[in-house]
Write a protein that binds this ligand. Structure first.
Ligand code: V47
Length: 371
């Protein structure tokens, strides 16, 4: 491998990684620009080993998308709909209650709940949704509302971000998912999601949450019109924010799915691109504990391979995912615990079922341990 890395001109980067030194923006770009996928993947795999040993995580979770009505209508999104669209929907609090009740017999530890930027739902709806979920399933961890939604909720509540977050926490909010980050570059936001909260605004919400003790995730939506420089700039902004607060748990690169979007003329990305984004993120984000290969967007087979390219997490059982599937995602709707354990084992890792905060629920360390 050293020979391949020398040939690829990446020896200095590997040396830095072995010495646990931080990579520069130029190093990050060199990794993105390298055609030697295996060399980049090898370096990322070393970082993964340093940070997570042989463990690969998954979670038993449920997704609830309470409404797709959205005033932002981003060009890359097939999920968000204008209120007048025949495809628009909105769950009542009773609908949410039923969704949780329907699966009470399953050992779900996390409910992941996000939606569009709804023009009319009042702040109380969001508080009621959280309280209802907790009432039906008191022990569940609610990971809900992207930073974009939280900025909107603060506007609705007429309160500061910190006060809004405090109120959401009191109603049951446990952590914040990583969506809505897209690409922070103002150029990309102007061309793809001009109405959306700015990159700086997104980071301000995340950092405010971290200061209140809430953990959160971060994403990057890649594979549309962004340049490699804009990707690295995005990662660099995340790395700086993490230096300040330490509140991010996981970074999730999200592969753009063009179908049914206003950017449907763009080609769907490749497997090489997907693995490269996982690997570069693992190398560059030295202060992020985890990198997730979100199987719903990557497809389960590539997510499994990504466990050898820097990822240490493949998300969870999911069931009923809408955002990716509306945009042409062809992966299954759900994975069973058995399937996830088998896939992780086959990849040579120890499957660990985790809770949202990466505490171990069950370790399948032993060869014969069965889910
Ligand atoms: O915010 C929208 C992205 C995100 C498309 O935090 C698209 O653990 C691809 O953030 N093609 C929502 N992506 C999903 C998300 C997420 C998923 C799983 C786990 C976590 C976590 C977070 O999906 C949106 C947007 O960035 N998105 N449209 C599309 N056509």
């Amino acid at each position: 491998m050293r020979e391949l890395i020398d040939k690829a001109g990446l020896a200095d980067i590997l040396d830095k990684v072995e010495a646990r030194e931080r990579l520069s923006v130029e190093d990050g770009l060199a990794l993105y620009q390298s055609p030697e996928l295996l060399a980049v993947g090898y370096i990322a795999n070393r970082v993964r080993e340093q940070k997570n040993g042989d463990h690969a995580y998954f979670i038993y979770n449920q997704h609830i998308n309470y409404s797709n009505i959205c005033t932002n209508l981003c060009k890359f999104c097939a999920f968000g709909k204008d209120a007048s669209s025949p495809l628009a929907y909105e769950m009542s609090i009773d609908d949410i209650r039923r969704k949780v009740e329907e699966r009470l017999d399953e050992p779900i530890t996390e409910i992941h709940m996000v939606g569009g930027i709804h023009p009319e739902l009042p702040f109380d709806y969001y508080l009621d949704a959280l309280r209802t979920i907790k009432e039906v399933r008191p022990s569940v961890h609610i990971q809900a509302f992207t930073c974009v939604e939280i900025a909107h909720l603060a506007y609705l509540a007429g309160r500061s971000l910190a006060d809004t977050l405090r109120e959401l926490m009191a109603a049951g909010l446990g952590s914040i998912p990583g969506g809505g980050a897209e690409v922070f570059s103002p150029r990309i936001r102007a061309k793809t999601c001009e109405k959306k909260l700015s990159g700086e605004g997104w980071l301000e919400v995340a950092k405010t949450a971290h200061r209140l003790g809430l953990k959160s995730n971060a994403t990057m939506l890649y594979g549309h019109i962004e340049t490699l420089e804009e990707r690295i700039e995005h990662l660099d902004m995340l790395r700086r924010a993490q230096d300040e607060t330490g509140g991010f748990m996981t970074f999730i690169p999200l592969a753009f799915h063009p179908k049914n979007t206003e950017m449907a003329h763009l080609a769907k990305g490749s497997g090489v691109e997907d693995l490269k984004n996982i690997a570069v993120a693992r190398c560059f984000l030295d202060n992020f504990p985890h990198i997730k290969a979100y199987w719903v967007m990557l497809g389960i087979k590539l997510a499994q391979v990504a466990l050898s390219f820097g990822a240490d997490d493949i998300d969870g059982t999911v069931k009923e995912e809408i955002i990716t599937h509306m945009a042409g995602g062809e992966s299954e709707q759900a994975q069973s615990r058995q399937q996830l354990v088998r896939l992780i084992r086959e990849a040579g890792r120890v499957p660990i079922e985790r809770d949202t905060l990466y505490r171990v629920v069950t370790s399948y360390q032993e060869e014969g341990a069965r889910p």
